[in-house]
Design a protein around this ligand. Structure first.
Ligand SMILES: CC(C)(COP(=O)(O)OP(=O)(O)OC[C@H]1O[C@@H](n2cnc3c(N)ncnc32)[C@H](O)[C@@H]1OP(=O)(O)O)[C@@H](O)C(=O)NCCC(=O)NCCS
Length: 197
């Protein structure tokens, strides 16, 4: 479903394009440069196998993302600013049938943070999945301690649905997550248009 030929999604200086095999090296560099910035929010292996962000080649990870995209369960995007890769946004857990729902996760390099880039990227991706690819619900799960990420869903008007206790293994332990969601009919004109007012 993640058509490789899909054109880049864009608003102003912010772009979203599907990840490519050739992104592996840049991805590894960004993760290594932003180790301290990302570590408190990084998903970790519940079996205790700890991998420091950026410490290993990202080729297998990118291949895994592309395989999931080919299987139709995920859409792995790269976030760009003026055409330069600055982060990543992944729509995962895509389920069809009577559910038509997915999860959205993201991170951005510290040097590009605080300028509204991720907020625009989340709006672009949500509109793409809800209105072009035909999903009904987009969900975002955030640790209650993550003030910057909470601002993103607040700015975009995602609906709070409560707390899932010890929901995802992050930074070495099971962490509570606040759940936010949007259904397509809640944003008839699209998330980006509503955000821009
Ligand atoms: C969360 C994250 C993606 C936000 O990216 P971003 O591009 O800076 O997001 P935006 O600029 O669109 O919005 C961030 C908002 O949070 C605010 N913010 C930033 N740091 C904050 C903090 N410590 N406390 C409160 N608000 C904060 C910003 O001011 C901005 O709000 P504003 O528009 O009202 O000023 C980025 O901080 C990041 O990658 N963090 C590490 C990984 C991570 O947390 N991923 C998300 C896991 S759910």
């Amino acid at each position: 479903m993640a058509a490789p030929g899909q054109p880049e999604l864009r608003h102003g200086r912010v772009g979203l394009r599907l990840i490519r095999r050739s992104d592996a090296r840049t991805l590894q560099r960004l993760l290594a440069e932003n180790r301290d910035w990302l570590e408190p929010w990084e998903a970790t292996n519940p079996d205790g196998l700890r991998q420091v962000p950026g410490s290993a080649s990202m080729r297998p990870a990118v291949a895994w993302m592309l395989a999931n995209a080919k299987a139709g369960t995920s859409v792995p995007f790269v976030i760009t600013l003026d055409g330069r890769m600055v982060g990543q946004l992944t729509v995962s857990g895509i389920t069809w049938g009577a559910l038509r729902a997915a999860n959205l996760g993201y991170w951005i390099a510290e040097e590009a943070a605080g300028h509204g880039v991720t907020t625009v990227a989340v709006a672009l991706a949500t509109d793409d999945l809800l209105f072009r690819r035909g999903l009904h619900r987009m969900e975002i799960c955030i640790r209650p301690e993550n003030a910057a990420s909470l601002r993103i869903v607040e700015k975009l008007g995602f609906r709070p649905e409560g707390i899932r206790p010890r929901f995802i293994h992050i930074d070495g332990d099971w962490r509570d997550h606040a759940v936010f969601a949007l259904n397509r009919e809640e944003v008839p004109g699209g998330v980006l248009r509503r955000f821009l007012g």
